[in-house]
Design a protein around this ligand. Structure first.
Ligand code: C2O
Ligand code: CU
Length: 462
């Protein structure tokens, strides 16, 4: 859909370029724009004031971008904010230059400037996009949206619904976004909001009919909150994690954990009858809150269809030759209660206290923030194993750019493909992946206040 504003802009640029040859002319005119700008959103329940947010295209969440697997995605980012920004396309096996990480793959896009993102979409699945500049603040202010890559053969469902789960921290007096200088957030569990949202609204209501089959794409875009989710009044299966199909659908019979940046694709059949309650339920300290109220109105013509077929696997995703893999280790320490004895920060040895005075609280392998040398350098096509040792008291959601990995379980079996791994305090886990995508790829905690205060490194694929 092209809005009037985009048309007006396109008109203006056409007028300014009267001498371009026809073909180029057309390409300039057709590049779709995504604009980062300030907007107003009804985050607090109806009746309370609106909140000023930072948005893509004036929407919270940003517009749903849908594309076919194997196609190319082109978006010109226009920065109409007063702060530099960028767009990271989370979970896409992308051309490194398009990964959107200022200081690593591009310069931040200054106010009034643009950047052309243009890349292939090799994999189907549920992804998202978000600012990767000052992301602990910019994502928490609203700079995020869904990116859905459709399978060539879509599964048989009546409806495909994206649900972006989020939280915001609002100042209770003004209803505006609370400040970002709370050191407790950085040193503890990150910035946990005081209002949870689904697709930008406090009370999300989904109208369905009994026996309807829905695909639900759950995306956690909160910067720190881990959602524990359950369902009520529906039967379902987990079909995919972090965009990647499971080999066999997994029946939904226990609560699901959804860490920041993770995604879960479900197929669900509405079993509740009209008048019965159906919900997507968020669990917190044994209390259940309705995250999405599913209203059942009437009966659908469709009949229960039984376990769905698995989604088609994405191409060329193999973990091979675990035995002669490149072995690497990442130890995470710091944070409240434990700290660290000393670590390297900006080329100097510092105590935890000195780091804290600079707003830094965490270290990877004894280094605070992006190190000079990458964590590892892999040949293209090489299998890499990384043991992750969480020596802190806090959970972390470790995200690797440009690749999906599998967890190597204690018994040697491999877990499903993921791009973000949730680790609890004192856990040790191991992941493996094929370093298939050349470039510098950041590897960081997606609790974004942690990434901003030390939990950031990168890998290099030659
Ligand atoms: Cu979704 Cu480096 O981030
Ligand atoms: Cu973390």
């Amino acid at each position: 859909m092209i809005c009037r504003r985009t048309l007006l802009k396109t008109g203006a640029s056409l007028a300014a370029l009267p001498l371009l040859p026809g073909r180029l002319h057309a390409e300039v005119a057709l590049t779709p724009v995504i604009e980062a700008r300030v907007a107003q959103a009804q985050i607090a329940p109806e009746g309370y004031p609106q909140t000023e947010v930072w948005s893509f295209d004036g929407k919270l969440p940003g517009p749903e971008i849908r594309a076919r697997q194997g196609s190319r995605l082109t978006r010109k980012l226009v920065n109409a904010l007063t702060a530099p920004t960028s767009v990271h396309w989370h979970g896409i096996r992308i051309d490194n230059a398009m990964d959107g990480v200022p200081g690593v793959t591009q310069q931040a896009v200054q106010p009034g400037q643009t950047f052309l993102y243009d890349f292939d979409l090799p994999d189907a699945g549920t992804y998202w996009y978000h600012s990767h500049n000052q992301s602990y603040e910019q994502v928490a202010r609203g700079l995020h949206g869904p990116l859905i890559v459709e399978e060539r053969d879509a599964p048989d469902v009546d409806r495909d619904v994206t649900l972006m789960l989020d939280d915001f921290r609002l100042d209770p007096e003004t209803g505006q976004i609370a400040g970002f200088d709370n050191m407790h957030d950085f040193s503890h569990g990150g910035r946990i909001g005081n209002i949870t949202l689904t697709n930008g609204t406090f009370n999300k209501n989904l109208q369905t009919r009994q026996n309807e089959r829905l695909r639900l794409r759950l995306i956690n875009v909160a910067t720190a909150r881990i959602f524990t989710l359950n369902v009520q009044g529906l039967d379902g299966w987990i079909m995919a994690l972090d965009g990647m199909p499971l080999e066999a659908p997994r029946p939904l019979n226990e609560p699901m954990l959804l860490a920041p940046a993770q995604r879960i694709d479900l197929i669900v059949d509405i079993s509740a009858e009209e008048g019965d309650a159906a919900h997507l339920v968020r669990m917190e300290r044994d209390e259940a809150f309705s995250q999405v109220l599913i209203e059942v109105r009437g009966v659908s013509a469709s009949r229960p269809r039984g376990t769905p077929d698995p989604l088609p696997p994405n191409p060329d995703m193999v973990v091979t030759r675990l035995d002669d893999a490149l072995q690497s280790h990442l130890r995470m320490d710091g944070g409240a209660m434990r700290g660290f004895a000393s670590a390297r920060m900006a080329g100097q040895e510092v105590s935890f206290r000195e780091a804290a005075e600079n707003g830094q609280f965490w270290a990877f392998n004894g280094m605070v923030g992006m190190p000079e040398a990458p964590l590892l350098v892999a040949e293209r096509g090489q299998t890499v194993r990384v043991t992750l040792q969480n020596d802190t008291m806090f959970p972390h959601a470790m995200h690797l750019h440009g690749h999906h990995f599998r967890e190597i379980h204690a018994d040697g079996t491999l877990g499903p493909l993921r791009d973000t791994l949730l680790m609890f305090g004192d856990e040790r886990r191991e992941i493996a992946f094929v370093a298939s995508n050349p470039g510098d790829w950041v590897f960081h905690c997606h609790m974004l206040a942690h990434a901003a205060s030390g939990m950031m490194t990168r890998i290099k694929v030659l």
